[in-house]
Write a protein that binds this ligand. Structure first.
Ligand code: COA
Length: 188
């Protein structure tokens, strides 16, 4: 697999998440001001609370998986300002079955601009170019904004996984929507 280190779009650019303290501090600052909007949906927002936590994520998830071809994490920057706005990644890669998932988040002040819509379309184009056949997006059934990202990008709602996850915050099992786009949809 040969994912590009940089993918330039109209409003945003995706950059390979580099292992630097500067980026760790940027991620931590963005997550800190956005924690309320991230917490209900992203379990990592509970435990990643310092720049050191973010550095550990950059080193032991982003860099490690990129080098091993097991996951591709990009940070998203706004073209007009260069500011970090969020991140998008390709994870749970199943090389044999040529599929994997796209995950994402935005800092709360950057929601509502179509940034994630563009990020998903940029990343999926690369994923299909690498020979993958199916991309999934999973979201809590109550996460309307995330569902709208999948829907707006043309993903098909395959179904609902009932109570497939334990929510630490709510101490209960929660349901997941599974959306997908297959190569045939992409090439239509
Ligand atoms: C999920 C999340 C990334 C969605 O963010 P978002 O800003 O709603 O999504 P997009 O960036 O695609 O923007 C779409 C919004 O921008 C608007 N928009 C403006 N210009 C647009 C354009 N050119 N193209 C598409 N949408 C545009 C859309 O109308 C939409 O706003 P609306 O829903 O109020 O109508 C964000 O809410 C988030 O980070 N949530 C917390 C973390 C999370 O839930 N992650 C996903 C876990 S599964």
């Amino acid at each position: 697999m040969n994912f590009p280190e940089k993918i330039i779009g109209q409003k945003i650019t995706l950059e390979r998440a580099a292992v630097t303290f500067e980026l760790a501090r940027e991620l931590d600052a963005l997550a800190a001001v956005s924690r309320e909007s991230l917490l209900p949906w992203l379990p990592w927002a509970i435990k990643n609370k310092t720049p050191e936590d973010e550095f550990d994520y950059l080193l032991n998830w982003c860099d490690k998986n990129w080098k091993e071809g097991k996951g591709y994490a990009y940070i998203i920057r706004e073209n007009i300002s260069g500011r970090l706005v969020g991140s998008v990644d390709f994870f749970d890669i199943d090389a044999k079955n040529k599929c994997g998932g796209i995950g994402y988040w935005l800092g709360s002040e950057f929601v509502g601009n179509g940034y994630m819509h563009e990020a998903v379309l940029l990343l999926e184009k690369e994923i299909f170019a690498q020979g993958f056949n199916r991309i999934f997006i999973g979201n809590d059934t109550r996460n309307i904004r995330s569902a709208n990202v999948a829907k707006r990008a043309g993903y098909h709602l395959d179904g609902v996984l009932r109570q497939d996850r334990w929510s630490e915050i709510e101490s209960c099992f929660v349901d997941t929507n599974v959306w997908s786009k297959i190569r045939a949809d992409f090439e239509k």
